[in-house]
Design a protein around this ligand. Structure first.
Ligand SMILES: *[C@@H]1O[C@H](CO)[C@@H](O)[C@H](O)[C@H]1NC(C)=O
Ligand SMILES: *[C@@H]1O[C@H](CO)[C@@H](O)[C@H](O)[C@H]1NC(C)=O
Ligand SMILES: *[C@@H]1O[C@H](CO)[C@@H](O)[C@H](O)[C@H]1NC(C)=O
Ligand SMILES: *[C@@H]1O[C@H](CO)[C@@H](O)[C@H](O)[C@H]1NC(C)=O
Ligand SMILES: [Zn+2]
Length: 476
């Protein structure tokens, strides 16, 4: 298989596509092989009136992996903690400097750069049919305390390099290609994950809540945004919302954050679904009392109610009927917290996930029922059962999946379908655009720690697959 390069008759533009070698001839007829190849490449019928092609020189898609690695390393120096750790919190000085660094690279790549009022950054390469909806890609560059330099960053700097590679190859997009740097994928500062993409996807609830949201230092969201140069004279965050038809597709490149690809020696993960967590806070309250004084039959121990609920969560997650259901109690607090005091209150925080919303929500209902019956049996009060968030999981779009698979095939890269068990901005972009994700292996699956690492070869593979996927989606 080889790259071929074609010149339009009707426009002074070049079109790039893959081609299983057979004779190249210029044509205006549907049955011509070059026309079929165009069709194959795009996966959609090509408008026969608009373009026909003649062959030009062969080219190849070359990724400048040294430049990309250097950019990843440089970006990691905008950090509140020493290397190799990275800490980059929303709207801090290092976040602002890192954003400036990315905007500069977008400018050098010839993209037109815009920002919205919360600091989602857009870099656009206009297609030759700029009225068509654009194809978007992107990820985040914020980093939780003491994490690594690849999470999110690969999907932003890698996207810029993908565009550079497409430009070097002579490709001209039909639909515009747009890179998005999403504001605050991590919940570090304001407790809200995927803040930027949630707003882009039109979350009224979030736009309203942010007016009253403060960080741990009692600095308001809007004050923090203003200090970083955003939301200057604008409190109406609903301006950030995108229309449902803003993008014809969205695809995100990301490290896997799990060890499967590395263990199996596979280059590319094609994400079919993104699991979404629901978070629940539960409080049981009893009478407490002296650990020596109150006899066992007379107790209503809130801690034992919590223990019983934890086992019920395990049982219901295990018996949900879906292998993808997971339930975890990551926080358990007992009050007053003394060795000689019966717990008078127990606080649990529960995370339940699945890729099927119905399975996950059925488990949440069972947990709620269990909590009520445990409270009754143990004569404690279920004083709180609060679902903090319950985002629906997302499914990748079949035609975006196909573009990623075709790209991997044409690049001779091994791939595997997989589920993303972590959340990504793609979860929210899926609400407004056909979505897909490309995973690359990362060392031992490490993420959110300084040891996070993706090899230059895997980065290069990911960038190539992204570039080719964007090219295919652009020509549809
Ligand atoms: C993929 O493999 C085929 C067959 O081995 C080869 O002809 C083609 O050039 C390879 N393509 C790339 C992009 O490496
Ligand atoms: C947070 O700031 C607001 C307004 O500046 C003030 O009214 C409130 O008392 C502060 N809260 C805390 C806990 O400091
Ligand atoms: C976008 O689509 C969703 C469902 O697909 C719909 O509920 C919503 O109203 C649409 N929003 C707009 C602005 O059209
Ligand atoms: C996937 O996206 C395409 C547009 O690219 C759309 O026509 C199709 O309906 C989408 N599929 C699903 C299942 O939403
Ligand atoms: Zn991420």
């Amino acid at each position: 298989m080889s790259w071929k390069f074609f010149v339009s008759h009707s426009l002074p533009l070049f079109f790039l596509f893959f081609f299983y070698s057979f004779p190249l001839i210029s044509t205006k007829h549907n049955d011509d092989p070059t026309f079929k190849t165009m069709h194959d490449f795009s996966g959609y019928p090509v408008d026969e009136s608009s373009h026909t092609f003649t062959p030009s020189n062969s080219i190849s898609l070359s990724v400048d992996i040294q430049a990309l690695q250097k950019q990843i390393d440089e970006l990691s120096t905008f950090s509140d903690t020493p290397a190799p750790s990275v800490t980059r919190i929303l709207y801090t000085e290092n976040d602002v400097l890192a954003r400036r660094y990315v905007k500069n690279l977008m400018g050098l790549a010839g993209l037109s750069v815009t920002e919205d009022v919360v600091g989602n950054i857009f870099g656009r390469w206009d297609g030759y049919e700029p009225k068509l909806t654009a194809v978007a890609t992107g990820s985040h560059i914020d980093a939780i305390p003491y994490s690594g330099k690849y999470d999110g960053v690969v999907g932003v700097l890698g996207a810029i390099e993908a565009i550079n590679a497409l430009k070097r190859s002579g490709f001209k997009p039909k639909r515009s290609l747009e890179i998005i740097l999403f504001t605050s994928e991590e919940p570090t500062r304001f407790g809200i994950s995927c803040l930027g993409s949630r707003l882009l996807a039109g979350s009224e609830a979030l736009a309203e809540a942010l007016k009253a949201t403060v960080d741990g230092q009692n600095i308001s969201f809007l004050e923090a945004a203003r200090s970083a140069g955003y939301a200057r004279d604008e409190d109406d965050l609903s301006r950030v919302f995108l229309k449902n038809d803003s993008y014809s597709a969205f695809v995100e490149l990301h490290i896997e954050q799990a060890p499967i690809l590395e263990e199996e020696g596979i280059s590319i993960g094609v994400v079919t679904n993104i699991a979404a967590p629901a978070s629940i806070k539960v409080d049981f309250e009893g009478n407490g009392g002296h650990a020596g004084g109150v006899l066992m039959p007379d107790r209503n121990d809130a801690g034992l109610a919590a223990a019983e609920l934890m086992l019920a969560i395990e049982k219901h997650a295990t018996e949900s009927g879906s292998l993808d259901t997971v339930g975890t109690v990551g926080i358990l607090e007992l009050y007053p917290g003394a060795i000689n005091s019966i717990p008078s209150k127990a606080h649990l925080e529960i995370d339940v996930r699945d890729i099927e919303e119905s399975f996950r929500n059925a488990v949440i209902n069972k947990i709620h029922k269990a909590a009520k019956s445990i409270a009754k049996k143990r004569k404690v009060t279920l004083s709180e059962f609060k679902i903090i968030n319950q985002d629906p999981p997302a499914h990748s779009n079949g035609s975006v999946i196909k573009a990623v698979v075709d790209a991997s095939d044409e690049l001779n890269l091994t791939y595997k379908y997989m589920i993303s068990r972590a959340y990504h901005d793609s979860l929210f972009m899926a609400r407004i655009a056909p979505m897909g994700m490309i995973f690359i292996p990362c060392y031992k699956g490490y993420s959110h720690k300084p040891e996070e690492y993706a090899s230059p070869q895997d980065l290069e593979n990911g960038v190539k697959v992204l570039a080719l996927t964007l090219a295919k989606l652009s020509l549809r």
